[in-house]
Design a protein around this ligand. Structure first.
Ligand code: ATP
Ligand code: MN
Length: 464
C-alpha cells in the first residue's frame, strides 16, 4: 500500500476506473451484511464520499469491527465503475490500514442529524459533518476570491495592526490589551491607572477596524485593502454579531461615494459569482438541507442592479409602510435590521445601497454634506442579513475633520497621525468594510453567524 500515493476523494470521483488507488479519510457510515461491507469515506476534499466495497472474507473480522463511524482509515484497491446509484466509481478494497478508532459509544457524531446548537457545543468535531465541511470549504473559497479580486484590480494588501492605541469607531467597544498585574494595578498620583507602566507605555486595545491605518495606506499606495481579524466587545447576542470576526476593508484614493458604491456592488457580485462557479457541490447540499431558495437567491443577486436610496427616502418608505416594527422609525434614528430587511426583502426585493445618513449616527471621519445634517456614508443592505457592508466617502478637508473631532470631544492627541493625511497632500478618498462572516451567512444560507466561523467568540463563550 505504501508504494501508492494518496489520491484525494475529490480527484478519485472524477477519475476513470481501472487503476490501483489509495484513499485516506474518515468513515462516515458503514453498512452491509456478513459477506460484504460498504464504507462511505470522506477526506474533506469534497462534500461527496467515496464508496469502499469490502469483501469480508478477505479481511480480519476484528479489523472490520473497528471500522465504525468517525474512524480514520487508509484503503488501497481497484477503482471500479460503481453499479450502485449516486456514485460513478468505488474502490474494491485490497488492503485497509486503521489509523484511528472512534468508539461508537462515545463518538458524538453518529449518522443521525444533529441540531446546530448541539454541533456548536462540539465545535472541535463539527468540521467532520457535511454541513461544516461545506461551510468551511466555501469560507476558504471566498477568502481566496477576495484576494484574487483585489489583486486583479491592483490593490495592495495592507496589514494593519491588531493591537492599537486608537479607537476607530469611538464606540467604546474595545477589548483592552494589558500586561499589568490585575491584582495590583499601578496608579498615578491622581488615582488613575498608570498605563505608563504597561507593556506599550500607554493604553492599548484590540482593533475594531483597520480603516484609519488603511487610509494612510491609500494616501500613499492609491488603493489598498485589509483582510484581518477584528474585535468588538459589544454585548450583542444576535445571530449576526461575533466578538471576533474578519473584515475586508478596501480604501481608495480618488474615489468619491459613487465610485465606492460601484466597487462595493461589483465586489460582492463577483464573490457570489465565484461561489456559484466553484462551490456548486457544497451550495447544492446547503440548498437541499437548509434553504431551498439559497441558489436562486445567489443567482438573483448576481443578476440584479442594487437599489440606490438615500436614508431620508428610506425613512419615508418605512414611515409610509403598514409594517409593525419593534423599533419605531423617524428621521434621525439608526436603522435596525428589521427596517433594513423590510426595505430589501419586502419593498424592493433586492439589495439596497443606502446613503447620506444623519451625521449624528455615523462616525467622525465621514464626508459632510452641504446640508450640514447628513454625511456621505453608505451601507449595503442584503436580504436575510441586513447590513453586510458599511462605508463612506471620507472627509478630506482638514478644517472640517478637525471641527468634527472637536465637536465630538474626541481626544485628538492620539489622532494626530491620522489628521496628518489631511494636512499633507489630502485627497478625496473612500472605503468600506465588508464583514466576512456576514458575507458567508449570505453565501451559505446559514442563519447564525456562529455557524460560519470555525471557533466562534461571543459573550461568555471562548472555547478552544
Ligand atoms: P451593525 O450595525 O450590524 O452592528 P456596524 O454598523 O457596527 O454593524 P461597521 O462598524 O460599519 O458595522 O462594520 C462594517 C461591517 O462589519 C458591517 O457592515 C458588518 O458586515 C460587519 N460587522 C460589524 N460588527 C460585526 C460583528 N459584531 N460581527 C460580525 N460582523 C460585524
Ligand atoms: Mn455594530
Amino acid at each position: 500500500m505504501e508504494k501508492l500515493n494518496r489520491t484525494k476523494v475529490k480527484e478519485l470521483l472524477k477519475d476513470k476506473p481501472g487503476k490501483e488507488v489509495l484513499a485516506k479519510g474518515w468513515v462516515r457510515t458503514k453498512r452491509g451484511n456478513k459477506n460484504v461491507a460498504f464504507i462511505a469515506l470522506n477526506d474533506g476534499s469534497t462534500i461527496n464520499n467515496i464508496q469502499i466495497v469490502v469483501d469480508s472474507s478477505k479481511f480480519d473480522e476484528e479489523l472490520l469491527k473497528k471500522i465504525t463511524t468517525g474512524a480514520c482509515i487508509g484503503v488501497s484497491g481497484n477503482l471500479t465503475e460503481s453499479l450502485g446509484s449516486g456514485q460513478s466509481v468505488e474502490i474494491q478494497a485490497k488492503e485497509i490500514i486503521l489509523y484511528g478508532e472512534a468508539d461508537p459509544n462515545s463518538y458524538p457524531l453518529q449518522k443521525k442529524g444533529h441540531t446546530m446548537e448541539f454541533l456548536r457545543s462540539i465545535a472541535h468535531l463539527r468540521p467532520r459533518t457535511n454541513t461544516f465541511g461545506a461551510v468551511l470549504r466555501i469560507r476558504h473559497a471566498m477568502a481566496y476570491a477576495i484576494h484574487d479580486y483585489f489583486n486583479r484590480k491592483g490593490f495592495v494588501y495592507l496589514h494593519t495592526p491588531i493591537i492599537t492605541a486608537s479607537d476607530c469607531e469611538g464606540a467604546g467597544e474595545m477589548f483592552q490589551v494589558t500586561t499589568l498585574d490585575l491584582n495590583n494595578i499601578p496608579k498615578t498620583g491622581e488615582g488613575k491607572i498608570d498605563f505608563s507602566q504597561d507593556f506599550f507605555g500607554k493604553q492599548t486595545s484590540l482593533t475594531v477596524s483597520g480603516q484609519l491605518e488603511g487610509e494612510l495606506g491609500a494616501m500613499a499606495l492609491g488603493e489598498i485593502y485589509t483582510f484581518g481579524p477584528t474585535f468588538r466587545a459589544e454585548n450583542s447576542n444576535t445571530p449576526r454579531h461575533l466578538a471576533e470576526f474578519w473584515m475586508i476593508e478596501p480604501e481608495m484614493a480618488f474615489y468619491d461615494i459613487n465610485d465606492n458604491m460601484v466597487l462595493a456592488e461589483d465586489f460582492i457580485k463577483s464573490l457570489v459569482r465565484y461561489a456559484l462557479e466553484h462551490c456548486m457541490d457544497d451550495l447544492k447540499f446547503l440548498n437541499d438541507m437548509f434553504d431551498k431558495e439559497l441558489i436562486s437567491r445567489l443567482e438573483s443577486v448576481v443578476n440584479t442592479e442594487f437599489v440606490r436610496l438615500t436614508y431620508t427616502e428610506g425613512i419615508k418608505i418605512l414611515e409610509a409602510s403598514c409594517e409593525k416594527f419593534e423599533y419605531p422609525v423617524s428621521w434621525g434614528v439608526d436603522l435596525q435590521s428589521e427596517h433594513e430587511r423590510y426595505l430589501v426583502e419586502k419593498h424592493f426585493g433586492k439589495p439596497v445601497i443606502m446613503t447620506d445618513y444623519p451625521k449624528d449616527i455615523k462616525a467622525f471621519y465621514m464626508k459632510q454634506n452641504e446640508d450640514g445634517k447628513t454625511v456621505r456614508g453608505m451601507d449595503v443592505l442584503f436580504p436575510k442579513i441586513g447590513e453586510i457592508i458599511g462605508g463612506s466617502e471620507r472627509e478630506a478637508s482638514l478644517e472640517k475633520l478637525e471641527n468634527r473631532i472637536n465637536e465630538l470631544g474626541m481626544g485628538r492627541e492620539s489622532l494626530e497621525w491620522y489628521i496628518d493625511t489631511r494636512r499633507f497632500g489630502t485627497a478625496p478618498h473612500s472605503g468600506f468594510g465588508l464583514g466576512f462572516e456576514r458575507l458567508l451567512l449570505f453565501v451559505t444560507g446559514m442563519s447564525n453567524i456562529r455557524d460560519v466561523i470555525p471557533f466562534p467568540r461571543t459573550p461568555k463563550n471562548a472555547e478552544y
